[in-house]
Design a protein around this ligand. Structure first.
Ligand code: ZN
Length: 230
């Protein structure tokens, strides 16, 4: 017997297949235009990768990081492992992060629109000071159980175990102290950041970083490198 819905099913399946094929074809890996040309400043300490035209900022970031790696790692440990840093200049966010698996950092170069969050530092300098502290942390936290996790599960194993062992307030607080100590400003000297710190005193800053659905509060955290930095 003829099923009136048979053709409808066929056309629905065909429409679904076409729409999925379109979705697959529309993926953008890395979010950058394929026509973008990339350059790098490479050394034994850091490889800074950036779009053509940003040579000045790429060299500047490399110089700042070499200075930190040469003179300012002693408080956490002297291990210096080479890291890749990618400068992204077509973002709407002002932020940066460091991640393992693979070991890399990404700087979103668009500065914060609010000068009370930005302060007087050059934004790329601020990112280099803050994010490279996270690089130093990762370089020197590979010990004990975290080292065993690294040997068994690779960098992602190390990341999982160090994030259990080391609380968020230390990762971020230590990096904010570093950016403040190594510059003439940093968020340790920004009143807008201090105000947020009063709202989220130690060790409650996990609430500020991870957010909370039960502790409803205004988002007074500076948007700079805080919420998604790792
Ligand atoms: Zn951070």
């Amino acid at each position: 017997m003829h099923n009136p819905f048979q053709h409808m099913r066929y056309y629905l399946c065909l429409a679904l297949a076409v729409s999925l094929a379109h979705t697959a074809g529309a993926q953008q890996f890395g979010g950058n235009r394929p026509s973008l040309k990339w350059r790098q400043v490479d050394s034994d300490t850091v490889r800074v990768i950036f779009p053509a035209g940003l040579e000045g900022q790429g060299k500047r970031v490399s110089d700042v990081i070499h200075n930190i790696a040469r003179s300012h790692t002693a408080t956490l440990g002297a291990n210096v492992r080479k890291v890749d840093i990618i400068l992204q200049h077509e973002t709407m966010q002002s932020n940066g992060f460091v991640q393992l698996g693979p070991f890399r950092s990404v700087f979103y170069l668009t500065p914060p629109p609010n000068s009370t969050d930005l302060g007087s530092l050059n934004w790329a300098d601020q990112l280099a000071l803050h994010e490279y502290r996270h690089v130093i942390q990762n370089n020197n936290f590979r010990k004990g159980v975290s080292k065993a996790g690294y040997y068994v599960f690779g960098e992602l194993g190390q990341a999982a175990l160090t994030n259990i062992a080391v609380p968020n307030w230390f990762w971020e607080g230590d990096a904010v102290v570093a950016e403040t100590a190594l510059s003439e400003q940093g968020r340790g000297r920004l009143p807008s950041f201090s105000m947020a710190s009063v709202r989220f005193p130690w060790p409650g800053s996990n609430t500020a970083i991870c957010r909370s659905v039960t502790d409803r509060s205004a988002n007074t955290c500076p948007t700079t490198t805080r919420p998604v930095t790792s």
